[in-house]
Design a protein around this ligand. Sequence first.
Ligand code: PHE
Length: 353
Amino acid sequence: MEDFTSEAGKIQKEIDKISSIAPLDQLQIKYLGRNGIINNLLKDIKNVPAEEKKDYGQKLNELKSSIGRLIETKKQELLEKSGTEQTVDITLPGKPYLHGTLHPITYAIEEISRIFEKIGFVRMSYPEVEWEYYSFEALNMPKGHPARDDFETFYIDVPEHAKLAKMVLTPHTSSGQVREMERVRKTLPAGRQAPIRMINIAKCYRRNWDATHAPMFYQFEGMVVDRGINITHLKGTIDYFAKNFFGPDREIRLRPHHFQFTEPSFETDISCNVCGGTGTVNGKKCRVCKSGWLELGGSGMIHPNVLRAGGIDPDVYTGWAFGFGPERCLMMKLGLSEIRDLYSGDIRFLKQF
Ligand code: PHE
């Protein structure tokens, strides 16, 4: 019986000599394992005289738990020393996890979609890899027409299609105009060719690379076709967009311009928020706009030839379209001057949004 008391002292000495986890684990198995010393002593209880059995059992159990405590204390001590402390200090500050966000252009596109969907526009995305036909011919720009030079196009090296001609990377979302006319017409009862309310947002490609032009960029193209559609509807819609995207104080104006696929055509401007559309700040020319206005993009009444290409009778229906850039809108909203920042993938820039 007194063996048990001295036993604890011996084990303590054994533990003191240990300086790493592995031998400590071995020691634990030696004493406390299923075939360990303690369990074997417990099995011996049958040989103990009946009047001593109770005392024997109790002492042995005390020994068992004190060995357990000694080993556990030592284990903590070793872990603390090696720096892999297992206890949790709940007073430490939490570890922040890095988390991703959507790209600012994605946010802008989502916002633009929502603004137009609210007034009944259907969001479409027409192909980035497109035929010359939908990019040009169907838009009243026959082969060899100088206006095609404005859309410096990437051509794809594949055999030409008999009717749709060469394959290109679409240089503008206007290529979706005739595609949408064809699509909607198929969904309508015979004899009806409209209404259409489309917002086509897609990637476009042109051979350009400077502070305000990237070879790949987005456009969002609005198009409405119905009976009795006129310029006031175009102006009202752009005004609604400008006020919702940029703010209620912004004004828009249409300036005469030329596009082959619209007649009349316009450049669409929005009043500058720096000078409030006056063109001057403290008696000096506004640095941002110089004139009080900033350009949003092109627009106009759809040319009869384009309606015809889409199988729509221009004597019955009229329509308008505009094509703006989400990147440009975003840059104007945030006051950015370099489109290339948006495509740099530089996390320090992107993290700001
Ligand atoms: N597609 C023209 C461009 O990319 C913009 C535009 C769209 C003009 C619709 C008129 C109507 O420059």
